[in-house]
Design a protein around this ligand. Structure first.
Ligand SMILES: [Zn+2]
Ligand SMILES: [Zn+2]
Length: 287
C-alpha cells in the first residue's frame, strides 16, 4: 500500500540559495502549516541537505532530498527539480559545481549593465545578500535594488530591469537539459519539470521540452505550484497524463516578505494523477 500525503511541499529555497530563511526555520514553518512530506530544493546547490534532513526529523516531517537545477532549452532557462537522490553522489556534486561556476562572471556583467542604466554598486550590493559569489542570482540583485530605493518590490525589479530584453538581463548557459536530468536520475532520484507555465515557450517548444525531458529519463512535472494560476493546474494535469509523468506539488516559497504562496498552502493534486512520491517510496526519509 502506498503511503499517501495530503500535504506534500516539494519545492522551496533557503538562505543556502536565494531564500531568506534557514533550513531549520523552513522545516518549522512547514510543520506548523501542516506539511507532511517536505523537500528543500535550493538552486544548483545541495549543501543544505544534511541540515534539512535533521530539521525535518526534529519537526516530524517525512523528507525527500531536493535541488532545482537551471538548464538551457531552446534559448530559455528551464528549471528541473530533482527529488530523492543520493546527495553524496560525485557526478551530481560535480555537475552542480560546474553550473555555479558561471554565476560570478554573469553577475559582474549584470552589474556593468545596471551601472550603464544608472544604478551603481549592484555587484557589491547583490553579493551582500548572496554571501557567496558562486550563488549570486537575479533575486539577490532584486533585493539590492529594492533596498537602494530603485524599485518598491522585487517583482518591479524583474519587470523593469532583469527579465529578458531589459537592461540588466544577461544570458547564461546553464546545464543542458539532458545533463541535468541524468545527474539526478544517475544519483537515484526523480527529475521533475518545475513550474512549466512560467517559461515563455511556444506550444511546439513546450511539447518538445516534455518530449525531450522524457527521452532523457525525466519522470515528473509540477502541476500544483505557487508559480501556476489555478487554471493552469488543469492544463498541466493533462500534460502529465499525456506524457505519462508523475505529478508534483510545491510552493516555491522563498521568503515570508516576498512569496505569495506559503509552505503547505496549495490545494491538493488533481485526482487520477500519480503523485511523484509514489515513485520515491524507498527514498523517503521517515521522521
Ligand atoms: Zn529562487
Ligand atoms: Zn524554485
Amino acid at each position: 500500500m502506498h503511503k499517501t500525503y495530503l500535504n506534500a511541499d516539494l519545492h522551496c529555497h533557503s538562505v543556502i540559495s536565494d531564500g531568506t530563511l534557514t533550513p531549520e526555520q523552513l522545516a518549522r514553518r512547514a510543520a506548523d502549516r501542516g506539511v507532511q512530506l517536505w523537500s528543500l530544493t535550493d538552486h544548483d546547490e545541495i549543501s543544505g541537505q544534511d541540515r534539512a534532513m535533521a530539521a525535518a526529523r526534529e519537526c516530524g516531517l517525512d523528507y525527500l532530498t531536493g535541488t532545482e537545477i537551471s538548464a538551457s532549452f531552446a534559448g530559455n532557462t528551464i528549471h528541473i527539480v530533482g527529488l530523492g537522490f543520493d546527495h553524496r553522489n560525485p557526478a551530481l556534486l560535480e555537475g552542480l559545481h560546474s553550473i555555479r561556476h558561471g554565476r560570478a562572471p554573469r553577475a559582474r556583467q549584470m552589474a556593468e549593465a545596471l551601472e550603464q542604466a544608472g544604478i551603481p554598486g549592484s555587484y557589491e550590493g547583490a553579493l551582500r545578500h548572496a554571501g557567496n559569489p558562486e550563488l549570486i542570482s537575479r533575486t539577490h540583485f532584486a533585493r539590492f535594488l529594492v533596498e537602494a530605493g530603485h524599485c518598491s518590490d522585487t517583482y518591479e525589479v524583474f519587470r523593469r530591469y532583469l527579465a529578458e530584453g531589459l537592461p540588466g538581463y544577461v544570458p547564461h548557459s546553464w546545464a543542458r537539459l539532458g545533463d541535468a536530468v541524468r545527474w539526478i536520475t544517475g544519483a537515484g532520484g526523480v527529475a521533475v519539470i518545475a513550474h512549466p507555465a512560467r517559461y515563455e515557450l511556444s506550444a511546439n517548444e513546450e511539447y518538445a521540452l516534455f518530449y525531450e525531458f522524457k527521452t532523457h529519463g525525466g519522470q515528473g512535472v509540477e502541476v500544483v505550484t505557487g508559480s501556476h494560476r489555478p487554471s493552469e493546474y488543469a492544463t498541466y494535469a493533462d500534460m502529465a497524463r499525456e506524457f505519462g509523468l508523475a505529478a508534483s506539488r510545491g510552493s516555491d516559497f522563498h521568503s515570508p516578505e516576498e512569496s505569495h504562496t506559503d509552505l503547505g498552502s496549495l490545494p491538493a493534486l488533481p485526482s487520477q494523477l500519480t503523485p511523484v512520491w509514489e515513485l520515491l517510496e524507498k527514498r523517503v526519509i521517515r521522521a
